[in-house]
Design a protein around this ligand. Sequence first.
Ligand SMILES: [Zn+2]
Length: 264
Amino acid sequence: MSLYLKQIEQLVELQKVDDHIHLIRKDLSDAPKEIEHLRHEFAQAEEERARVLDKLEHLREQEKRLNVDIEDDATRIKKSKSKLMMVGNSKEYQAMMREVDSLEKMNRDREEERQLMTEELERQTSAYEEADERYNKFKAELDDKETGLNARVEKSQRELKGLDDKRRDTIKLVPLPVLSRYEFIRERLAYPVIVPVCAGVCSGCNIAIPPQGFIELQKGKQILSCPNCQRLIYWSEHFTDTSPSSRAAAGEAAETPEAGDDDE
Ligand SMILES: [Zn+2]
């Protein structure tokens, strides 16, 4: 194998490790976003539950006060009525009667108010039950998801650590100037760094390599960059790698982690 092809092979190997790191990092950054929505819904349910509870407590306070008022009035009416029996003249009697009437009317209004309040209390109690149920449902779901997320993050971090070691071993094999070029691109351009040119088209940016450049590439003498996206390129006929990670590197099909990731 020519030195050129050896270096391409080393870079593709390195890219594979970086593909894996890329996937895990992406998963790590996406994972919390997946439950962000649930966190938001939970916060809303919590707020709603607190709001209804507050209303309910306020209504209960009002109800208590109203009950006291009604009882006080009933006592007052009773007293007035017994006084009514003892008044001597009809003028005084009329005045007392009016007082009793107005007290009774006030109490009837209060009874009506109490009736409305009882209905409102019933409504708010059932609203609270609903809000509480919703709150508990989201809480359980969120707890569950957060536990799962923590486990996933821990697993990913372990994998990343393993990949860092693997990367260190892989870059030992790459000559420094070639590695510097790779790292320069990796730090500045969009993932991935090295891509195959298939049928004259750069698989990094999907733009055709100009004929002269393509001829140079086919000669396989030096490591070239795509004139459009600046990624390192190699001719697909020189080096055929069909592993899933290199195919992922060829396009941005690397969005989802491959199935069977655990078997590695
Ligand atoms: Zn390109």
